[in-house]
Design a protein around this ligand. Structure first.
Ligand code: SAM
Length: 318
């Protein structure tokens, strides 16, 4: 059916992200010893502005996540929504920043692939086994559950199914919890993504939600980006609505979150540690600075908090 084709196109976007991240790390933009196990080869050359865009995306998401982990002293949970082949679990293990439990959610088909990779690549499975105490590690084709890491296959548009599965694997609503969605909500309708963020604020009293996605799609450059996605038959019902930074914040403020902030990625890029930005700007020559600006102005990070435990989550910022 049409909707199966659309879902298939959405699922294939996780390979785009992984291949682009692998390429950028191969050029030295940041270090990720694990991404190589999820993308078979380094792949074709990517333009410097694309690599810088991924650099800002990864550094920006990590900045907010790490700030949350410090505020909660890692006594918390992470729920990565539409995680795809993301490698954050392994980074946190290496950096001694493991939360009590790390959850990932994606379509069953993607989860099955990820689990296959984990099973067959010792550098991926070793950290998982090391953080597990008993012999009850669940690792079948569609689901992984250990003491500290859990991967669930489900459709994020089915809130009840999501809630049931996360609880089954002991997601604890009493613990401070951070939700990550990196290039995910954009593939849902505004109604579906609002329900998802609403569920998160209804379920957790102390939480943070970090969302990275396209914004400002109404100008010419934005229209070109939309056409690119449509050509791949992606479901873009949401794109036109969540267009501004204001509407990004509103999605959260209307659904029970106490605070919300949003920055476009050009701003994020300009407030990231500038010594490292200077380092990566020397990696590849970029002729047209305007191209980078235009690209980065069409992506944003929005983060929202609620903080019954008064951990100071509303202070988390750049
Ligand atoms: N977050 C990862 C990253 O940034 O590297 C992957 C991003 S990829 C662009 C989007 C991911 O969201 C895909 O893995 C896709 O399967 C997942 N996704 C999109 N809609 C979903 C839904 N309704 N249910 C579950 N997963 C979904």
């Amino acid at each position: 059916t049409d909707s199966d084709t659309a879902d298939e196109a959405v699922r294939s976007t996780c390979d785009d992200a992984t291949i682009s991240k692998r390429y950028a790390t191969s050029r030295g933009y940041w270090t990720d010893p694990y991404v190589q196990y999820f993308a078979r080869s380094v792949g074709e050359r990517k333009a410097p502005e694309i690599n810088r865009g991924y650099y800002a995306r990864v550094r920006g998401m990590n900045h907010l996540l790490d700030a949350f982990l410090r505020k909660t002293k890692c006594d918390c949970q992470i729920v990565n929504l539409g995680a795809g082949l993301d490698t954050t679990f392994w980074r946190l293990k290496d950096e001694n920043l493991m939360p009590r439990k790390y959850f990932e959610v994606d379509f069953p088909m993607i989860v099955a692939r990820k689990i296959h990779n984990i099973k067959t690549k010792p550098p991926l499975s070793k950290p998982l086994i090391e953080t597990h105490s008993t012999d009850s590690l669940l690792l079948d084709g569609h689901c992984l559950d250990s003491d500290r890491f859990c991967i669930i296959g489900t459709d994020l548009r089915d809130i009840q199914g999501l809630d049931e599965k996360l609880r089954k694997f002991h997601l604890n609503p009493e613990l401070p919890t951070i939700f990550l969605s990196e290039c995910v909500l954009v593939y849902m309708t505004p109604d579906q993504s609002s329900k998802l963020v609403n569920w998160a604020s209804d379920t957790f009293h102390t939480a943070m939600f970090v969302n990275y996605e396209q914004v400002n799609m109404m100008d010419r450059f934005g229209q070109v980006m939309i056409e690119n996605l449509q050509r791949r038959q992606c479901n873009l019902a949401g794109v036109e609505v969540c267009q501004s930074l204001e509407s990004q914040k509103e999605r959260f403020l209307k659904t029970g979150w106490e605070n919300a902030d949003a920055l476009d990625m050009m701003t994020v890029y300009s407030v990231l540690p500038q010594d490292d930005v200077a380092r990566i700007e020397h990696l590849e020559f970029l002729d047209e600075k305007e191209l980078l600006q235009q690209l980065l102005q069409h992506y944003s990070i929005c983060w929202a908090t609620k903080d019954k435990l008064k951990l100071g989550l509303s202070q988390v910022a750049f």
